[in-house]
Design a protein around this ligand. Structure first.
Ligand SMILES: Nc1ncnc2c1ncn2[C@@H]1O[C@H](COP(=O)(O)OP(=O)(O)O)[C@@H](O)[C@H]1O
Ligand SMILES: [Mg+2]
Length: 236
């Protein structure tokens, strides 16, 4: 049962890269324990929304609240300390470190982070590859490692950007199982995805973004009735 305690609230978020105005009033919220998917075409503003939430956008205005606290303008390390973990599209695995060294790198920021043993239960591939250098890991292993790394820190709100991108179906299945396991454990997850088939069965709610705005929001049970609209916006 998902409790309705608000975890993230974004109101009228505007964000800029230099002179370029890319978010034009994003509104969304995520309740504790929910998996919420942000869908949209390339360039619709999903990554920028995650970056804003994480405190990584130089210039943005509006309101961002985490557990009811205003966080706009707060630096990334403080957002992390509030229990938010960001898994960026580019993964950021250190090539010169082993798989396990990469895993152990980020500091623990909160109680209740997963132990290495728990992480290896969730992603057995990583245990097999514990001593392999970052460069030798496959794309799928790097992606699992990028997710695993934030689980160790104690983050309970996970911002996952295009985690299924470019991965073989068998790896996407592993990620699907991992997300389901995390949801069962009460994690709150924002899933930015292009891959509708991966995201759709996982999500409690959906937001559709276009041109730096949320143009639609609906619940999983409404999905069937939204397929025409999704087809129009995403070509799915
Ligand atoms: N570093 C950047 N500098 C300038 N413009 C950017 C940068 N990153 C993204 N943009 C622009 O911001 C808009 C939103 O991009 P983004 O949030 O990455 O979209 P999405 O993740 O949905 O594909 C796009 O028009 C993109 O071209
Ligand atoms: Mg993106």
């Amino acid at each position: 049962m998902v409790e309705t305690i608000e975890c993230v609230r974004i109101k009228n978020l505007q964000a800029y890269y230099g002179e370029s105005h890319v978010l034009h009033g994003v509104d969304l919220h995520v309740n504790r324990g929910e998996v919420v998917t942000l869908l949209g075409r390339n360039g619709s503003g999903r990554t920028t929304t995650l970056r804003s939430l994480m405190g990584l956008m130089g210039r943005c205005t509006g309101t961002i609240q985490i557990q009811g606290k205003d966080v706009l303008g707060i630096p990334p390390h403080k957002i992390a300390r509030m229990g938010v973990g960001y898994c960026p599209e580019e993964r950021g695995i250190f090539a010169s470190l082993s798989c396990e060294e990469n895993l152990l790198l980020p500091p623990q920021i909160a109680e209740g982070g997963m132990s290495v043993a728990e992480i290896y239960r969730l992603f057995p591939n990583l245990q097999e590859r514990a001593n392999s250098p970052g460069t030798k890991l496959s794309g799928g292993e790097q992606q699992m490692l990028a997710i695993a790394r934030i689980l160790r820190t104690g983050a309970r709100v996970l911002l996952l950007d295009e985690i299924s991108e470019g991965l073989a179906p068998v790896i996407v299945q592993t990620l699907d199982r991992a997300i389901r396991a995390l949801k069962k454990q009460g994690y709150t997850i924002i899933l930015v995805e292009q891959n509708f088939r991966f995201a759709a069965p996982l999500a409690d709610r959906f937001y559709i973004m276009e041109h730096g705005r949320v143009v639609e929001g609906f619940e999983a049970r409404e999905l069937e009735s939204k397929m025409n609209m999704l087809h129009e916006f995403l070509g799915v």
